[in-house]
Design a protein around this ligand. Structure first.
Ligand SMILES: [Zn+2]
Ligand SMILES: [Zn+2]
Length: 179
């Protein structure tokens, strides 16, 4: 649903991404937010997006809809935990460091540095493995979404106008659509 995936969003590296101009609330739905770990209300904001590289706007890409959790303002279906890939990559580096420093002969001048890595790197590896194995399994989103019923508001939550019934109910007052 989120068009924001097309271009890197603001949570990505700063060297490229998208500016979001003229935000307008266009829709709402019942949702499950992975950041809140709870059923929530999500709000879709439509913006005019312009891609940028090094903050120089270069590529108008038009109108996009971005879903955001009404409670925490995060993209509801993006897990807040660090991508596990980076943790596993960190673990590989720590293990390599341990091996390297145990394989290398002790430097007589800076023995303490060698011992710092000989003991520190394996200790950090063990800690990271423990953390990786212990990380609670996130409720699967598909499962969680089953517990979320569709929104059934009859009154617009933004401007209190009665919604117009239809395939998708919408607000004649402010134009939002109920999903
Ligand atoms: Zn949330
Ligand atoms: Zn309204």
């Amino acid at each position: 649903m989120s068009g924001g995936r097309f271009l890197a969003d603001d949570d990505m590296l700063l060297i490229h991404g998208a500016y979001h101009f003229w935000p307008k609330v266009v829709a709402f739905r019942n949702d499950f937010c992975l950041t809140c770990q709870a059923p929530t209300r999500s709000i879709a904001v439509r913006t005019f997006d312009v891609g940028h590289i090094f903050w120089v706007p270069i590529l108008p890409v038009g109108l996009w809809k971005h879903w955001r959790c009404a409670k925490c303002a995060q993209e509801p279906h993006t897990s807040p935990t660090t991508r596990p890939f980076f943790k596993w990559a960190g673990l590989c580096i720590l293990v390599l460091l341990s091996i390297t420093f145990w394989a290398a002969p002790l430097e007589t001048s800076d023995v303490w540095i060698s011992w710092l890595f000989r003991l520190g790197a394996p200790a950090a590896s063990v800690g990271l493995v423990w953390h990786l194995l212990r990380a609670p399994k996130r409720a699967s989103l598909r499962q969680a979404m089953k517990s979320v019923g569709p929104a059934n508001d009859a009154i617009c939550p933004f401007c209190q106008t009665p919604l117009m019934a239809g395939a998708r109910w919408f607000c004649p007052g402010c134009g939002v659509t109920r999903y």
